[in-house]
Design a protein around this ligand. Structure first.
Ligand code: PA5
Length: 476
């Protein structure tokens, strides 16, 4: 693994490790576990998937894979972050889906301060929904004169983001006046196309661009999401160094040495041969919960597809679920252990959380309490994760464990890159396109029809027919 990038020296390589023991028949039994021969049979297809991805990359087809090396955009982004840090108390991202989750995931993962803000850094707020109650409350609470709204939309057309933009623009104009309001908007959109770019060109809002050819959910390692992270004072170069180190591992043409290929292979085999349609991601670390949400979107929107094959329609895709360790041991784990054997649980464990709280040795005579004394709270969390892993395996339920030595910019960069490449390779095994979302587009068209967008009259008529066909007696 490369130890330096552009002459910068890292202290420790700290690789993220993936323990796949818990998916194999040797650990969970012949009935549900993967047999080494199954992986052996898949090996040529996995090798071909790696080869195709990397050779298409060489032809410029998958620019998201090259983001860790793309440091030119970083200098400009870092100076923008420096400048914003001076003037801003609140940095509000207005975006949705892949335009919002990356920034939130990275910022949360790197935020050692549970109050959500590094000292002297602005507060990052990701407003990725259009619930009028929470959005109006947010706007009422902000000091607009110390706030910048980063409107993030690659297409520049998404109704939720555009509606937020229109509301915020009008409020800024009203409260700060025509001279000043422009400085409180920063638009991030496609470099050339879309309504938002047209508005930027017409009205002169400060703007940045999405990297060409990178779609929302694969843009977490681009300047779009790294800007807010840099603004909070985190080391974005370290994130990219971590991603670059994982890139080295994920370029390996040998599937058994390539962590993304191995993960893709085992999840594929579990789904196709072992009837496992649900993939749970369960971090034992609160700071990784938003990253699990980002992964759920990456997995669901990229791999949930309908394809025409063998003369029929086939629906593909594991359902991703986010669970939180240890909290969901007292909620979902009962189902995972005793309910249908249809899930693979991927644990994410941080070996050294960097903070430990010793549990006091109180009540020595109460043995049901005293056993806790002297252990660390973090130590207990890791014990609980191990116990759940074994409990699942004993019932023949597959598990994967991702271990991060520490939660740092370097390890988080590795994890994000690993998950993106795994998703792309899994799509290749299924023969689907992970970069589109045709079914979501249908929902968008119907919304346009309801909201009266010209050109969507048929969609409006369709919704009206559907509403009219609802039977009153079936509504109680
Ligand atoms: O991952 C994706 O491509 C989507 O989730 C988009 O990010 C989301 O639909 C928002 O699109 P846009 O950035 O064009 O507003």
């Amino acid at each position: 693994m490369a130890q330096t990038f552009r002459g910068r020296r890292r202290q420790e390589p700290e690789p993220v490790r993936i323990d796949l023991n818990g998916v194999f028949a040797s650990a969970i039994g012949a009935a549900s576990g993967i047999h080494p021969e199954e992986l052996g049979t898949l090996r040529p297809r996995l090798a071909a998937a790696i080869e195709t991805l990397q050779s298409e990359r060489a032809q410029g087809l998958h620019p998201f894979l090259d983001l860790p090396q793309d440091r030119d955009a970083m200098g400009e982004m870092q100076s923008l972050a420096e400048q914003l840090r001076e003037d801003v108390d609140h940095f509000v991202v207005l975006g949705i889906g892949g335009s919002a989750r990356g920034a939130r995931a990275l910022a949360a993962a790197l935020d050692a301060n549970p109050r959500g803000k590094k000292r002297d850094a602005p507060e990052l707020i990701v407003a990725d929904n259009i619930d009028p109650a929470s959005f109006s409350r947010l706007l009422d609470e902000l000091d607009l004169s110390r706030t910048v709204f980063n409107v993030v939309s690659k297409s520049g057309e998404t109704s939720e983001t555009m509606a937020q933009f229109l509301i915020v623009r009008e409020r800024l104009l009203r409260e700060l006046g025509a001279m000043d309001y422009v400085k409180h908007l920063l638009v991030t959109t496609d470099a050339e196309g879309g309504s938002l770019r047209q508005i930027v060109n017409d009205e002169g809002f400060p703007s940045t661009s999405f990297p060409g050819g990178v779609s929302g959910r694969f843009s977490a390692l681009s300047s779009v999401h790294l800007l807010p992270v840099a603004l909070l004072g985190h080391d974005v170069e370290e994130i990219l160094d971590g991603a670059a180190a994982m890139d080295e591992r994920c370029r390996d043409r040998d599937p058994e040495k390539n962590p993304a290929a191995l993960l893709a292979g085992v999840r594929y085999l579990l789904e196709v041969l072992h009837g496992v349609p649900t993939a749970v991601l369960m971090p034992y670390c609160d700071r990784l919960v938003p990253l699990a949400d980002w992964w759920c979107q990456l997995w669901a929107e990229s791999l949930g597809k309908r394809v025409e094959r063998d003369g029929g329609r086939l629906s593909i895709g594991q359902t991703p679920v986010r669970a939180i360790g240890a909290a969901d041991q007292h909620s979902q784990m009962q189902l995972y252990l005793d309910g249908p054997a249809d899930k693979v649980v991927t644990f994410v464990r941080v070996a050294d959380a960097g903070v430990e709280l010793e549990i006091p040795r109180s009540y020595p005579d109460l043995e049901d309490v005293a056993y806790l004394g002297g252990h660390g709270l973090g130590e207990l969390l890791v014990m609980e994760q191990r116990a759940m892993e074994l409990a699942l395996n004993k019932r023949g339920r597959p598990t994967i464990t991702i271990e991060m030595p520490h939660l740092t910019a370097f390890t988080v960069g590795q994890l994000v890159y690993l998950m993106e490449v795994e998703t792309a390779l899994t799509a290749s095994l299924f023969g689907i396109d992970p970069f589109n979302q045709p079914a979501v587009e249908e929902g968008k068209r119907l919304t346009f029809g309801l909201a009266g967008k010209p050109g969507y009259e048929d969609e409006r008529a369709e919704i009206e027919r559907w509403l009219a066909a609802k039977l009153p007696e079936r509504v109680v």
